[in-house]
Design a protein around this ligand. Structure first.
Ligand code: TNX
Length: 555
């Protein structure tokens, strides 16, 4: 079986025919000759990848240039073919090459790219090996996820112009050698708060793309808060028809239909990213109380809330109706969510104290377990009784909390998101136009220079499931705002989650990060030009070439 490539944006380079060549053919031949004459910009260094690979063995005699007629051949298995098609879709726009995808029982590079699914490969569930040699490129992995990560590395090793949405003339060189790579932690995530401000599905998909570039594998969606309820729940419809119509600052809000949410989940899954939905309980619930006053402790609907204070609202822990609500909502969200996790919030419920709080959490933890999901919650859940598999998300700022350490001793695992290192809503510097500073300023070095494995006192590295970078959106109103705060700090957190500690080195990271800048610029992605990063000043990419067949006269 072979799949046909989608039509490339330019004419496919063809050999000169005998006889009189036509103008378009001549133009293509000239273009190809010009590309061969281009100053042979040295390929990237093999280890020049973010996150840093586990092992890179360069072989300067084996540099390779992607030819126009390259084929991407993959193991005849849907997981490998899916990555082959994704890789082709990444490479076609800038190269203008057709890059057809084919399958084989034993794929060989044959001058192109081979994606080999090999379940005997000793590379783990997410690892891969990338061999770049004179006869082409081979990515080997035991899973589709491993092949996908290998493809992301391949992408980063190509010149920055590969990010161009339109064809450019470039020598598509790759540095020879072998990378063997696998992640340090199984959970590598980012969180987007879609409750304080609502973001369209398209914006969320674009955030998913950013996660995928840096081998993150979880997207935590903070779906509910005082200012808005963002996920449709059929059994409690007013949550969205009333509770979804507000946001910080008085804007219109919005919500995801079940189909919208399913679209996000499947787009993420195709990029090996698991969605972690959060329904924040028992606090951060004003929008639910506006819709259903029966859940409020005094049974009176509060006014809708569009400010940025926290800790004032809560669902009534003393009323059984509250547990019907929680069971229905979590049941519907669980049914929409193929991933194993359900995040129940638990933070800043200042008015639900002591045993009332732990009693509530223990009931909700059991509801989650009965739904067959693994409970995740902010580390305020710690004093509640242990439940098998439960995961706490650390957002403290001083690396120390005996209750959390004790919960870990009782069996909880930890996702580490220190407010003063991983909170992407913190400003970079006092003049950052948006963001907070309650946990301090977080420049790129601050985001990078800490160790999730030793960060929380009394929590051993084995109890750390991974790392997550939350983005709260009280002051974030657009995709450009999201990107400004995400980049370049998201790759720093991604590297802490993926790369072995032995590769940790600020000077090296700074240089590798710098070479991401031209990629973002070329792809039209907003980022903060952090002054501590030596961004290249040279033009990012060669001039776009005008494609003969799309070269229409403009009036
Ligand atoms: C604390 S972190 C919160 C959020 C805010 C955030 C702003 C956490 C679990 N709760 O409600 O949005 O600070 O940085």
């Amino acid at each position: 079986m072979s799949t046909t490539p989608s039509p490339g944006p330019t004419a496919v380079p063809v050999p000169l025919p005998a006889g009189e060549p036509d103008a378009a053919t001549l133009a293509q031949a000239a273009e190809r000759a010009a590309s061969e004459l281009l100053a042979p910009s040295a390929p990237h260094r093999l280890a020049d990848v973010v996150p840093a690979p586990q092992q890179a063995q360069p072989d300067p005699t084996a540099d390779w240039v992607l030819p126009a007629e390259a084929v991407i051949v993959a193991t005849a298995h849907p997981a490998a073919l899916a990555v082959a098609e994704q890789l082709a879709q990444l490479l076609r726009p800038a190269t203008g090459y057709p890059l057809p995808v084919t399958d084989a029982t034993t794929p060989q590079p044959a001058g192109g790219v081979a994606l080999v699914l090999d379940d005997t490969a000793d590379l783990g569930a997410e690892g891969y090996r990338l061999d770049i040699a004179t006869d082409g490129v081979r990515v080997t992995a035991a899973t589709g996820a491993g092949l996908f990560y290998g493809a992301q590395t391949l992408r980063q090793l190509l010149p920055a112009a590969i990010e161009s949405p339109a064809p450019v003339t470039e020598r598509w060189a790759l540095p020879g050698g072998t990378i063997t790579d696998a992640p340090r932690f199984p959970y590598r995530g980012a969180m987007l708060d879609v409750a304080r401000h609502f973001f369209a599905v398209e914006d969320v998909l674009r955030v998913v793309d950013h996660l995928a570039r840096y081998k993150l594998n979880h997207l935590h969606l903070h779906l509910t808060d005082d200012q808005g309820w963002r996920i449709a729940v059929d059994s409690w419809p007013k949550l969205t028809t009333i509770g979804g119509t507000t946001e910080v600052g008085g804007g219109p809000g919005g919500h995801y239909t079940k189909a919208d949410y399913a679209r996000i989940v499947s787009y993420a899954a195709a990029r090996h990213i698991t969605v972690v939905p959060e329904i924040d309980l028992p606090g951060h619930t004003n929008s639910a109380l506006v819709a259903y006053p029966e859940l409020a402790p005094d049974k009176v609907a509060p006014p809708p809330y569009t400010g940025t204070e926290v800790g004032f609202s809560y669902v009534d822990p003393a009323d059984e109706r509250t547990y019907d609500f929680v069971t229905d909502v979590l049941g519907e969200v669980a049914a929409l969510t193929p991933g194993p996790w359900l995040h129940i919030g638990g933070d800043e419920a200042f008015k639900v104290k002591g045993e009332v709080y732990t009693g509530f959490v223990e009931r909700v933890q059991r509801i989650v377990a009965d739904l067959g999901k693994t409970v995740v919650g902010w580390h305020q859940l710690a004093p509640a009784a242990h439940l098998d598999g439960r995961v706490l998300q650390w957002w403290g700022t001083n690396g120390e909390d005996r209750t959390t350490a004790d919960a870990v001793r009782r069996g909880a695992r930890l996702i580490v998101s220190p407010g003063n290192h991983a909170y992407l809503d913190m400003k970079y510097a006092p003049d950052t136009p948006i963001g907070h500073d309650w946990a301090g300023l977080i420049d790129v070095r601050k985001a990078y220079d800490w160790d999730p494995g030793t960060h929380v006192a009394g929590v051993p590295a084995e109890a750390v499931l991974g790392v997550e970078a939350p983005l709260w959106t009280e002051s974030v109103t657009s995709l450009a705002d999201i990107e400004l705060l995400l980049l370049p700090r998201l790759p720093a957190i991604a590297e802490l989650g993926w790369s072995p500690r032995a590769t940790h080195d600020w000077a090296g990271f700074r240089d590798r990060l710098a070479s991401q800048g031209p990629r973002w610029t070329t792809a039209g992605i907003t980022f903060h030009r952090a002054p501590e990063i030596p961004w290249p000043t040279a033009p990012a990419i060669p001039a776009q070439r005008s494609a003969p067949q799309t070269d229409t006269a403009t009036p």
